[in-house]
Design a protein around this ligand. Structure first.
Ligand SMILES: NC(=O)c1ccc[n+]([C@@H]2O[C@H](COP(=O)([O-])OP(=O)(O)OC[C@H]3O[C@@H](n4cnc5c(N)ncnc54)[C@H](OP(=O)(O)O)[C@@H]3O)[C@@H](O)[C@H]2O)c1
Length: 277
């Protein structure tokens, strides 16, 4: 069995990698910082080190996403599990070199493109699972599909983050709707409120509340448990497309279950990424 994971150079992804290395024969570590990835790989036994393949990806650079998918395709004829874990909340509005708002690009568009490019490999697997690390913040999402890239709206660190975490669930459900009949499984999850590098660079009210919550947060190892559970276990088919918390399916917001929202997100994302699709 093989697996690919984004954002394994820190926090929840790093802990998921450290656990899953024991359950998979080949693990593609998709990261933008090769040194950080190599430092983590060095901690593994010689046997486990041989399983790791570093693949450069910057989810804010769509050319690199396409190249990463091509590199994986050149190294394997199938992919069993893809974990779309990387992401974050941003202090200021930033536009990537491709012209996308950073939060949208790093949390959603990069993974949307990566997953679509890897679909042929995923559909060749007998397991074929995609796992999206979303958040309870999705419940605060307030999306304007005519301004998905936030060209017209003023910046809100948490507001933008809530939207992209809602997109993670909508995208997960779309994958099941479109490819579930071909065997694809897809799940989204909330990891808990986890002490990681997440939120370290924010300012204002969110930063204040995040610092206040810090003593009550769970560890990254605890925060990785639902990701690990979904990656390792066979999940009942009736939960395909579900949203998980503490390794159990839970009901997400009404918006997250909306068919019209997931269709709009799929179409708008394809439109924005047309050049790379
Ligand atoms: N912590 C929480 O309480 C919490 C709660 C709900 C959901 N989440 C979600 O959990 C996921 C993991 O976050 P975390 O808490 O583990 O935070 P973290 O410690 O900051 O880890 C984030 C990971 O994402 C990577 N990343 C960020 N932007 C990237 C980009 N443009 N291209 C490639 N990789 C990129 C980072 O790479 P570098 O090492 O290179 O920076 C890092 O490996 C995120 O999706 C987050 O939204 C976290």
């Amino acid at each position: 069995m093989n697996i690919a994971i984004t954002g394994a150079t820190s926090g929840i992804g790093e802990q998921a990698l450290k656990s899953l290395i024991h359950d998979f024969e080949q693990i593609f570590i998709l990261a933008r910082n090769e040194k950080k990835a190599n430092d983590i790989i060095q901690e593994f036994s010689k046997e486990d080190q041989k399983k790791c393949i570093f693949i450069y990806i910057d989810l804010a650079d769509m050319d690199s996403v396409v190249k990463a998918a091509e590199k994986i395709s050149s190294k394997t004829d199938h992919l069993d599990v893809l974990i779309n874990n990387a992401g974050g909340i941003f202090k200021e509005k930033e536009i990537t070199k491709d012209g996308f708002e950073m939060s949208l690009s790093a949390n959603h568009l990069g993974h949307y493109l990566l997953t679509n490019k890897l679909l042929p490999l995923l559909l060749k697997s007998k397991v074929s699972k995609v796992i999206h690390v979303s958040s309870e913040a999705h419940r605060m999402g307030n999306v304007n599909f005519n301004d998905l890239n936030y060209d017209k709206r003023s910046f809100s660190s948490f507001g933008f983050y809530a939207n992209v975490k809602l997109f993670n669930i909508l995208f997960s459900k779309s994958l099941v709707e479109k490819f579930g009949s071909e065997g694809l499984k897809s799940y989204a999850l909330h990891p808990g409120v986890v002490k990681t590098n997440f939120g370290q660079e924010t300012a204002g009210a969110f930063s204040f509340l995040w610092k206040l919550a810090s003593p009550f947060m769970i560890t990254a190892e605890q925060g990785a448990q639902t990701t690990i559970y979904l990656a390792k276990n066979k999940i009942d088919d009736k939960h395909n497309g579900a949203y998980f918390k503490k390794s159990k399916p839970v009901t997400p917001s009404r918006s997250a279950n909306s068919k019209s929202m997931r269709d709009k997100l799929w179409n708008k994302s394809s439109e924005l990424l047309e050049k790379w699709m």
